[in-house]
Ligand binder design. Structure first.
Ligand SMILES: Nc1ncnc2c1ncn2[C@@H]1O[C@H](COP(=O)(O)OP(=O)(O)OP(=O)(O)O)[C@@H](O)[C@H]1O
Ligand SMILES: [Mg+2]
Length: 327
């Protein structure tokens, strides 16, 4: 199984003077055809990390440390031109519906043509055929190629953005809240589209969402972030049975607030810490029902406990009992 993304100890700050340490020492591996879900409350650094991996970070965001290897290339130091060539062909990005880069003054067909002309030598007939195939995969009629974005619903535009992201068969697609801001019926349609696309075309995905239920349904592996750090990582199937971090458990037992679809949760009391000053402690301790004095005085490391990568002084003991090592 080849590795598509290998990020090591990536840290991202906003600003230089009194910076916000939005992402700290995150390591992430995504294998060929693997779907990795990245989940956490609003402000925990999901988009910051996703943008940094795609090298779409914009000032004041700055990658201050770490390495990013994508399909064997060093993306942290890649020059602008090879980076441009790699977009759409190696890595593409789908943003929250409505924030997507569908050009309002170009027909859908012209946008497919634009991407394919810039990156391939396909003939006009081949371009149309490929665009139609992609639209078919997301259950959109070929007539739509002649339409402008404003003539289409939000859900259709988002499905088109997904089709466009996959048209050049990139190795990796990063989707940041692709279904947030869409109603439940349309969200469901997109989830089914993604499952179907996966059956038809090989690609890896980083799926970013504040909705753990959705992530557990779509992803092979789930990475839970809290306050800029990874606190838990394990396969979706094992997380469903055994969420270990108290924060993951809280996410599982609370529902995303429908009144605030951008990522707040009902039922987890308290708020994440200020990311200007990172205290020496478990950052979740002030909100954690299991917190001890140790949690309030020391920073728990992210430990590889075989069945899970976990950052918790308390539940690491439970994992030890669970795997029978007593660790
Ligand atoms: N331009 C900016 N300047 C300063 N701080 C920023 C900026 N953009 C984001 N941040 C801070 O970085 C942290 C991470 O934000 P980020 O947008 O990555 O979170 P997120 O997990 O994607 O949240 P959401 O679910 O709301 O999309 C937050 O504390 C946020 O306030
Ligand atoms: Mg975000």
């Amino acid at each position: 199984m080849s590795v598509i993304v290998q990020a090591e100890n990536v840290s991202v700050d906003y600003g230089r003077k009194n910076p916000v340490h939005a992402v700290r020492n995150v390591s992430l591996t995504i294998e060929e055809n693997q779907f990795v879900g990245l989940v956490g409350e609003s402000g925990c650094g999901k988009s910051t990390l996703g943008f940094a991996l795609a090298r779409l970070e914009r000032p004041p965001a700055q990658i201050i440390s770490g390495t990013i290897q994508i399909v064997g290339q060093d993306w942290r130091t890649l020059a602008a031109e090879p980076l441009r060539r790699a977009r759409w062909t190696e890595v593409s990005v789908v943003l929250q519906s409505g924030m997507n880069a569908l050009n309002p003054i170009m027909t859908i067909g012209a946008q497919f043509k634009d991407v394919m002309e810039q990156h391939t030598r396909m003939s006009p007939a081949e371009i149309v055929a490929r665009a139609e195939t992609m639209l078919e995969m997301v259950q959109i009629q070929p007539e739509v190629l002649g339409r402008y974005p404003h003539e289409l619903s939000g859900g259709m535009k988002q499905r088109i953005a997904i089709a466009l992201a996959l048209v050049l068969q990139p190795k990796l697609v990063i989707m940041d809240e692709p279904t947030t801001a869409l109603d439940m019926v349309v969200q469901r349609q997109i989830v089914e589209n993604l499952k179907e696309l996966r059956r038809q075309q090989a690609f890896s995905m980083l799926f970013i969402s504040h909705d753990l239920g959705l992530v557990l349904e779509l992803a092979d592996q789930v990475v839970v972030m809290y306050a800029g750090e990874v606190v838990e990582r394990q396969s979706a199937t094992s997380m469903l049975d055994h969420p270990w971090h108290p924060y993951t458990r809280a996410l599982m037992h609370s529902l995303p607030d429908p009144e605030n679809p951008k990522g707040s949760y009902e039922g987890i009391p308290g708020t994440p810490p200020d990311l200007h000053h990172i205290p020496t402690a478990c950052l979740y301790a002030p909100r954690c029902p299991l917190a001890t004095d140790v949690c309030r005085a020391q920073t728990p490391p992210l430990e590889d406990l075989k069945v899970v990568d976990l950052r918790c002084f308390v539940t690491r003991e439970e994992v030890g009992v669970h795997v029978g090592t007593g660790a």
